[in-house]
Design a protein around this ligand. Sequence first.
Ligand SMILES: [Zn+2]
Length: 173
Amino acid sequence: MTLRSILLHPDPRLKKPCDYVARITPEIETLAADMLATMYDAPGVGLAAPQIGVLSRLFVMDCEKDPEAEPKPLVMVNPEIDWGSEALNTYEEGCLSIPDHYADVTRPAEVRVRWLGLDGKTHEREFDGLWATCAQHEIDHLDGRLFIDYLSPMKRQMITRKMVKLKRDRARA
Ligand SMILES: [Zn+2]
């Protein structure tokens, strides 16, 4: 497994809709393993392929909060939201591509997601709580959308300016 470097906003690759994955190949399996390792290392609860510069519809997540519990990694290829509840939920979201910035985002509280698993089979499952929020946040990444796109233009520009400065400082370091 290889830890991949995570792209930071603003980056044009984070704004592009990603391509569907034609089939599960050894390359996709390696990519998924690298993404899980990178996510756990960060640490984060979700990571989408475009965040490591791969413009394919694939993300990984594990929202298990109990550090004593077994990890519950999920790899979702070509995920689609089949259904979202009318009931909404507001979470303070963050993103590995926008470190140290958090903001409330309101989304459907429950969603049903259909995806292709690494086993080559179609899976379908309902998620709630942080899992539902995370799945929607990650699927947004596959459409080139970030959580700051839900904020007011002023708030979004403020975060983007700070990120530009952070990237400049990191490049100099
Ligand atoms: Zn994110």
